[in-house]
Design a protein around this ligand. Structure first.
Ligand code: NAD
Length: 353
């Protein structure tokens, strides 16, 4: 079995999930790391025994021994770094969202086609083991035609600050940061239907609530609460050409009693609740049945899903499988997210051709 040499670009909070997953995979060697913060990268290199450390990602890409890279930087750098990596002959795992704008997404897609390299979008929720179980039920037709999905991730206090809260670098707030996960998951399970129109709303009412005490939450590596130009919350209705629809709401700040996560899909033969734990609903002999799959991880286990995602990427790089999250799925999601922001700004429904 050939050994894949991995470079990691962007050594902040989420990179730890990538690094530990690569370290546990016997088919790869962590070979290079790059971060703007040299001390951070040096410390990580020491911890994981990574031989090459760079502050400029171009130098990492110039290392001919690196076969593939994980990109874990701010969203506004994903397009530039992905394209440079593909052109340097590397396969790419790019964290979600693929990028900020549709123009960037199309340029990345063009680079994938031109170079013939692989780009996998970091849709980690697709790799949760409960999704693997549910996908078997869906593919076998047990849910029938899925015509409605409903996704909600509510954080009452959860603006990660730093670049996440700077629209220039992030592209937006909870919609592009956490909405992308659940909109993608529903869209993927619905069979990737073509989008017809979107209608969305965004609100900037509460700010980042950084005055709240005694409550911890996910923070960027360089947490800074002084700048916040992103929405507190967003909701949207997405219509698909096959008649299916998706309702979503997400927040960083909201006067909600509890944080919550719900992702439900509904078909004409059965439905499924994915968050907080997988259950499947159907009927048999004129009786409604709730099926509770007996699996080790009925909910979303963060590190387990990252391990699966990285293992999937590695096998795709080695040509053993085709990735389930190709660049096209990144492009489609950026189109949806940007249309939701446009709809909110213009106060009207946006129609796709
Ligand atoms: N899949 C998930 O569940 C998940 C969770 C959190 C974050 N993310 C995504 O991961 C990415 C990083 O998020 P994070 O929470 O780790 O942020 P972070 O702020 O903690 O880390 C980002 C790191 O990137 C570095 N960086 C920025 N530009 C760089 C460049 N040009 N070259 C090298 N390094 C650079 C910064 O110095 C920082 O160390 C984002 O795209 C985010 O959306 C995904």
């Amino acid at each position: 079995m050939s050994e894949l040499k991995i470079g990691l670009i962007g050594n902040g909070s989420i990179s730890e999930c990538h690094l530990s997953a690569y370290q546990a995979n016997p088919k790869v060697k962590l070979w290079a790391i790059s971060d703007l913060n040299e001390q951070r990268a040096q410390e990580t290199a020491k911890k994981y025994g990574i031989p090459h450390v760079y502050t400029d990602y171009h130098d990492l890409l110039a290392n001919a021994e690196v076969d593939a890279v994980s990109i874990c930087t701010w969203n506004n750098t994903h397009a530039e770094i992905s394209i440079a990596a593909l052109e340097a002959g590397k396969d790419v795992l790019c964290e979600k969202p693929l990028c900020k704008t549709v123009d960037e997404a199309l340029r990345i897609e063009e680079a994938v086609q031109r170079t013939g390299r692989l780009l996998q979008v970091g849709y980690v929720r697709r790799h949760a083991s409960n999704i693997g179980v549910l996908k078997k039920f869906i593919d076998a037709g047990d849910l029938g035609e899925i015509y409605y999905a409903k996704a909600s991730i509510i954080r009452r206090l959860g603006n990660p600050g730093g670049w996440f809260a700077d629209k220039e670098r992030s592209g937006g707030g909870p919609l592009i940061d956490i909405g992308v996960h659940v909109i993608d998951l529903c869209w993927y399970l619905m069979g990737r239907p073509k989008v017809k129109s979107v209608s969305g709303n965004t609100y900037n009412k509460l700010g980042n609530r950084s005055h709240i005490e005694n409550f911890s939450f996910y923070q960027a590596a360089d947490y800074d609460a002084s700048l916040n130009t992103v929405e507190d919350m967003a909701n949207a209705l997405v219509r698909f050409e096959n008649g299916a629809s998706l309702m979503v709401d997400v927040s960083f700040s909201l006067h909600a009693k509890m944080n919550s996560a719900h992702v439900n899909i509904y078909g004409d033969k059965g439905g499924a609740e994915i968050e907080p734990a997988l259950s499947i609903v159907t009927e048999k002999h004129n009786t409604i049945i709730n099926i509770e799959p007996q699996i080790s991880e009925p909910g979303f286990n963060f590190q387990e899903a990252f391990d699966n995602e990285i293992n999937h990427f590695v096998d795709a790089c080695l040509g053993l499988i085709e990735t389930n999250s190709p660049v096209e799925d990144g492009v489609e999601m950026i189109k949806i997210l940007n249309a939701i922001y446009q709809s909110a700004e213009e106060g009207r429904e946006i129609h796709f051709e």
